[in-house]
Design a protein around this ligand. Sequence first.
Ligand code: ATP
Ligand code: MG
Length: 382
Amino acid sequence: MRLARLELRGFRNLVDDTLEFPPEGVAVVGPNAQGKSNLLEAIHYLELLRSFRGVSDRDLVRFGEDVFRLEGRVVAEEVDAPFEGGLRDRSVAAAWQRTGSRKKVTLDGVEVDRLGDGVGHVGAVLFTPADLALVDDGPHVRRRYLDIVLSLSEPGYLASLQRYRQVLSQRNAALKAGGHPSQAGAWDGLLVDAGSRVTLLRSRWVQAMSGVLSLIHQEISGGTGARMTLESGIAGVEGGELDEEGVREVFRTALAGSQEREARLGTTTVGPHRDELLLLLEPGEGARDVRRFGSGGQRRSVALSLRLLEAETIRRRKGREPLLLMDDVFAELDEARSIRLLELLDRTAVGQVILTAPRKAEIRFRDEGIERWGIREGKLLR
Ligand code: ATP
Ligand code: MG
């Protein structure tokens, strides 16, 4: 997949412009605070329809303005599976307006019915130094990682997740209001349906891809593998031999068993909103849970491996080479790890790459192979 063109209007500090990207990609080099991360944020916005920095849409509109609009033209190359309808070319646009806080997303000019239908059409994977939080922060960041990967690769996942969240918040409101347990229980059927689907898709992906994560991590670290397992928020789901009806059954039983506790706490205590993705270093380095025992470098390699795994998932599930967005990633790695990462990328990542760095010495990937643009006060100099 390749981003051929990007139209920028009113986004952050970026000057309104239409950028034509070379097929192999571009390296954007410029001092701090010029707009490098903003450019990658704009491209990635077209993939996820929200900011990778976790800020709200209103923060993305240029200061003092009311609207931003982004439009990308995405091309499926020869090696890529074509888009729906056999097309090789697609336009994805997203606009947000302060008045009424309205977001509009179109695919080839046609507004999507649900925002979820507009997600995942660029095929981009973003690497940033902030990815370290994937390992270091609490379980919610790893659930968010799972949600992103699965929303991008598994049809129907996002819809189930949204339904689950909606039912969960209604059920929690009923529990908090402290009525008869049957009032909260009225939501159980819907909660179990949506939650079991989410649980099943998460645990299948984790099981299928844990070995791939290990291989990727071995390559980057120069030896040690890293595995992942899903510690389900529904006790009894682990082991992973269950089908969807099996998960439902376990979920129903767990809910029934926690009625008293939930009434006391005023919140739902079992379900995928309590999942944890455990990241484990394989035997050989002593440590187990990377979050608790990993060194700085090990935690960083695992975080990077998770992004490479996201790219590999897109490759496998969609049959398309992902567009790699790399925000100043080499600055953070030691020499040996950088070199191994470069070798891995050289072998596996054959598509377009858009990367940024404050100094050109830090552009290590495809240094000679791609065009270099400057950036000053939000203006791309090419
Ligand atoms: P660094 O090398 O430090 O990471 P960068 O080039 O990646 O720098 P960006 O994060 O892209 O810098 O931010 C560039 C500038 O954009 C910042 O100075 C910030 O104040 C400005 N900025 C952020 N949001 C907005 C906005 N909504 N409107 C206008 N300017 C903004
Ligand atoms: Mg930056």
